[in-house]
Design a protein around this ligand. Structure first.
Ligand SMILES: *Cc1c(COP(=O)(O)O)cnc(C)c1O
Length: 496
């Protein structure tokens, strides 16, 4: 069963949790217990394909889906029409570190790992729960979720999708990807504000019971494709197991030996999936949380004080430009052994004062699993340049933040455990910054597509299909709104 982190809603099946996205008391759905895996089960993953690993992991969590349903969902999501790497999530060795590439899906960012599967899981959930309403997916995006959700949900029956992105807060490629989106059930709107404004606006719509009643009367029900949806989290647990199995398969570690994962973090969804994997019994020593100049999580994981009262920075890793990391609430649930009253109080403090303090005992429990660091833009650019020079490997800015944190972690702790850098975006997606890192003059006066070409020459990699195709796509979405207008915009789109 899936229960709310705030204790004010009944437990539901995974299909219900995926369908509704967020619990009725404003909390997030968490599994009422985390399944544990045996040594033999882990060993069994080594010889499996990614799809088989996904099946093995997901059936432990999505217990109300039949094996056949799950297998069909997985087959539709992870295949060579959607992903340009046969391994789906390849593990690469780069000098002394390992890189888990999560950006071989249709939109060139790790969001595809979950958002190719979520629409399948949701469509199946609609059938399983005998849902007749039209589902309206509301998405707030810092750039990558929006496009990945649009691609995943386009033309899926019984579902409409509405994406809000910060007008000035995404890269040019990300913007082009979204405003050119095709599909009869998609809407894309720029808002005058930053990502937190977009996310708060979406959350407010979810929590507005009057608004939801109006929608229900017209036959609509809201749901979420943001990483607050359990259907986003569960697929992400898979690649932690898959990376580990590939470490064993490649002879880099022996079965049972520990690894670290270093994760570029924004909303805390990706790294939280790593925490679930660790809790299940995957031999993970430390999860290193890497942030950019919006380093609210670094401070939290070092001090136990979460304080969003600080300047918001626009950085070259925009998918991590976040001051309220929603998924942290799930970590708090597990760290406090399900003390929902305590969590409700912290979340209330956060809403009222922008701050909460978990105290030293809970902090120690968190630090047993996590280590944290951050890197500003100049350091990040430097890392991209150095890594390319040393090993000819090209990192995008988000992954370069993680690479920097991995170096710092190793230098400061002396820990020799093999570290896996979780790489979350293709460098092509952040072409301007990556080219600037390699050579300050080369990006000047170039079109987006000329830059992609240059990057292809520099890296020896092909321009990802989805990005190359943008050059000839028609612009379809031009609407811009104030952050206060979001509910009205949704009503207009649904014609109510
Ligand atoms: C979304 C995203 C992140 C942050 O992931 P969270 O799950 O929000 O912590 C990091 N890098 C890239 C490229 C992303 O798209």
């Amino acid at each position: 069963m899936y229960i709310s982190t705030r204790g004010g809603a009944d437990g539901v099946s995974s299909a219900m949790a995926i369908k509704t996205g967020i619990a009725s008391d404003g909390g997030l759905f968490v599994p009422d217990f985390t399944p544990k895996v045996a040594k033999e089960w882990l060993e069994g993953l080594v010889s499996m394909s990614y799809q088989e690993r996904a099946f093995a992991v997901l059936r432990l969590f999505l217990t109300d889906y039949t094996d056949e349903e799950l297998a069909d969902c997985i087959k539709a999501a992870y295949n060579n029409k959607k992903f340009d790497a046969a391994e789906i999530a390849p593990l690469i060795k780069s000098k002394e570190n390992y890189v888990l590439e999560l950006w071989h899906g249709p939109t060139s960012a790790f969001k595809d790992m979950a958002l190719q599967l979520l629409p399948q899981l949701l469509s199946t959930a609609l059938v399983k729960t005998d849902e007749k309403a039209e589902i309206v997916i509301l998405v707030a995006t810092s750039g990558d979720t929006g496009k990945a959700a649009l691609e995943g949900f386009k033309d899926v029956e019984q579902i409409q999708i509405v994406v809000f992105y910060p007008e000035q807060g995404v890269s040019e490629i990300q913007r082009l990807q979204m405003i050119s989106q095709e599909g009869g059930n998609v809407s894309v709107i720029a808002i005058k504000g930053n990502f937190d404004d977009a996310q708060t606006g979406v959350k407010n719509i979810f929590n507005d019971s009057v608004f939801n009643d109006v929608l229900a009367q017209k036959g609509f029900q809201l749901s979420s494709a943001n990483s607050i949806n359990w259907g986003r989290l569960a697929p992400q647990i898979v690649y932690y197991f898959s990376a580990y199995a590939d470490m064993v398969k490649g002879g880099h570690i022996s079965q049972g030996a520990p690894v670290n994962f270093v994760v570029p973090t924004g909303n805390f969804g990706n790294i939280l999936a790593g925490f679930y994997a660790r809790t299940m019994g995957l031999p993970v020593n430390k999860l290193v949380c890497a942030s950019n100049a919006n380093n609210v999580l670094t401070d939290f994981l070092r001090t136990g004080i979460y304080d969003r009262n600080r300047t918001f920075h626009k950085t070259i890793s925009p998918s991590m430009d976040i001051l309220i990391s929603s998924n942290l609430e799930r970590l708090l649930y597990h760290i406090t052994d399900g003390n929902t009253a305590q969590i409700a109080k912290w979340m209330n403090d956060l809403a009222m004062t922008g701050r909460y303090d978990i105290g030293s005992i809970y902090l120690a429990k968190i630090q047993e699993a996590f280590w944290a660091d951050w890197a500003g833009d100049p350091t990040t650019l430097d890392t991209i340049q150095k890594v390319h020079k040393d090993s000819k490997y090209l990192l995008d800015p988000h992954s370069a933040v993680a690479y920097t944190a991995a170096k710092n972690y190793q230098a400061q702790t002396g820990d020799k455990t093999p570290s896996i850098i979780v790489s979350t975006a293709s460098p092509f997606k952040f072409n301007t910054s990556v080219l600037a890192a390699l050579d300050e003059t080369v990006a000047q006066d170039k079109t987006e597509f000329a830059m992609l070409q240059t990057l292809s020459e520099v890296s020896g990699w092909m321009v990802p299909q989805g990005l190359a195709a943008l050059e000839n796509k028609k612009i379809r979405h031009k609407l811009v709104c104030e952050k206060g207008q979001m509910p009205e915009v949704v009503k207009d789109i649904l014609k109510i």
